[in-house]
Each structure stands twice: as C-alpha cells, then as structure tokens.
Design a protein around this ligand. Sequence first.
Ligand SMILES: Nc1ncnc2c1ncn2[C@@H]1O[C@H](COP(=O)(O)OP(=O)(O)O)[C@@H](O)[C@H]1O
Ligand SMILES: [Mg+2]
Length: 362
Amino acid sequence: MSDLRVENLQLNFGAVQALDGISFDVAEGEFFCLLGPSASGKTSTLRAISGLESLTAGSVHFAGGDVTEAPVQGRGMSMIFQTFALYPHLSVEANLAHPLRRDGVASSEVKKRVGEVAELLRVTHTLKRKPGTLSGGEQQRVAIGRAIVRRPKLLLLDEPLTNLDAKLRHDMRAEFKRLHRELGMTMLYATPDQLEALTMGERVGVIRDGKVVAIGPPRDLYQAPSDTYVAQMVGSPPINFLQTKASSDNQVTLPFLDQPLIAPGAKSGQPVTLGLRPHDIALASSGGAPLRFNAKIHLTEPLGDVTVIDVAAQEAQMKMVLREEVAAKYSVGDAIEIAFDPTDIHIFDQASGARLGAGAQS
Ligand SMILES: Nc1ncnc2c1ncn2[C@@H]1O[C@H](COP(=O)(O)OP(=O)(O)O)[C@@H](O)[C@H]1O
Ligand SMILES: [Mg+2]
C-alpha cells in the first residue's frame, strides 16, 4: 500500500522554479531515498511534503488522505535537517522532551518516552549534558531522537549525515538501517551521496532540476540506468563515457577495439555515448571477459583495499578498479592489457542521453 503519494509538485521562488512536477510514491514502512546534486530540489520536496512550503500546484497524499492543505503539525510527519538544530541552552533530556511537552504530554509519559528514545539511539549517558559538549555523531543522534519521540508515521531526513566525518557517516548508515528495522517507520531520505542512497534505500528516486527522472531499486538503477544522468549519479567511481558514432545500423566501432560491437537500436551515423563501469573492466590475464585492448596507465589512486587506475587507450580515457595486491604490480606509464564483456556496455543516444540498450559481441 502506498503511504505517501506526491503528484506533480510545482514550487516557485520568484523566478526560480525549484520543483517542476515531482511525482513519486513511498510504500508503508519503506526506506525511500531521493538522490540528486545540490540545488536539484531535494529540500524543497521534503519541505513541501511536510507542509513548510505552499505549492504552486500538485498534491500530497499521506496515510490515505489528501494533506496538501493540512497544517504542518497535524500531518504525522517529522523532519530532520542537515544542521542538527538542537537547543544549545537545554540539556539533551530537555531537547528530547521538548516536542512532547509542546504537545501537552503528561510528565510521567514524557520521562518514559525520552528514556526509550535515548536507549534506542544510545545517548542515555548524555541526557544531563548540553548539546555543545556532545560529539557530532551524538548530536545527530539526539536530533534524530527529537524527531522520532512523537512517533511520527513518516520521517523526512534532509542530508542528515552531510555534516559528519567519513567514519561517522559509515556508522550512521548502519544505524539508520537498524532504526528503520526497529521502528518500522516510513522513511524518506534526501542525499547527494550515491553511496548513502544505494546502501540504505530500498528504492531510490533520482532527482534532476526539480523532477524525478528515474525510480527503482538500487540494483536496477545501476544495471540498467535509463539515461546518462542516472548512469553517472549511480556507481563509484563514476561510469566511464566514450563518445562515438554508430558505424552502421546496430553497430559501433571503437578505435582501440579490433572488432565492432553490436549496439541494439543505434542507427547508422547516430552519435552515441557508450558507458562502461570501472568495475566492469578487468585485466585481460584474469580471463573471462572477451573483448581485449591495450592501454597505458596514467594515474593510480590507492584507496586501501582497492586502487583506481586511470588508463588511456588511444584517445579514450577511462578508470578501472583493481584489488590493491594486483594493482601493486603496476606503475604509471606501464602498458596494460585489459578486457571487458560487451554485455556490460551501456549504450545511450548522445543527444538526449536516453538509454538504447546493452552491447553484445559481433
Ligand atoms: N527560499 C528560497 N528562495 C529562493 N530560491 C530557493 C529557496 N529555496 C530553494 N531555492 C532554490 O530552489 C532550487 C532547489 O533548491 P533545494 O530544494 O534547496 O535543492 P537541494 O536541497 O537539492 O540542494 C535551487 O535552485 C535553490 O536555489
Ligand atoms: Mg538541500
């Protein structure tokens, strides 16, 4: 059952069109991520859903009713912002209690609920302290606690990890999954970080210039991106793009390959973009992948367990990923024979960016 359904959200700030027809729905209990770069309309979407912005057009349906005109407080939603926005002069306990006291909840009940939420978020040891004495991660947990203490049916999260350091972000991703599991709450999570969206989202909506341009489970977006925008938003390091033209109907040639590729749907002479993910490029010596070519190493970027290697094959530049112990055998300037499977090639129309299909061996 769909818990939240937004249709054709339009929102203008003067001449700026922040939302240009946002539509998607989120199932009850689902963890849904909105993924898009800065200024694509993520915050505006969440604010519109929570009732903080009045829409130019469109509707918001939630828990079986139309809430487009409903007041913010009555919607049964709660929002967590990128900045933690805790009250600095109040103790953690008072911060957590605040939304309940505002609702007039009885003191004994407030104490019980604050205790439960503090346990859940593992901040019980900080209850008597002021937010300023807490670490960034603890502050964010308190902010989450404050958002869920009223037991909202929908939690809206706006880049809640952006201001935390890398290690904490990693821990908090696992934490959000745990919370989602334990609370069974519907979650709508906005982020510019594909790693967050792909690791946490049961489904991901990719947002571009105030529109949702693709929706699907992470695996589908990764394996069959609907256009070049989605292809480069999903996957790290980003997908390699090679620009070429179809040499004849359903066929492309690449200067560094000695045989053409089957490119279903490409018309003779049509400019096409070929996409090949760094993880889909292998060493020719590892066997398996049928199309081989020679390249030269330009740059190596060790990341610990893996190394990203920039290679050039004639004019074409691309990145590949090797396990660290394999990469250690290579240096900048070395020749390298690499290989890929033509079915891992994504073919897009260059002009529109739309996906035409996957490659095949000729
Ligand atoms: N209060 C505002 N006044 C004017 N323009 C705004 C306001 N809020 C957002 N915008 C504009 O709307 C667009 C979408 O912004 P936003 O929803 O904040 O994107 P995101 O959260 O994805 O970074 C941007 O171009 C932004 O500059
Ligand atoms: Mg934002």
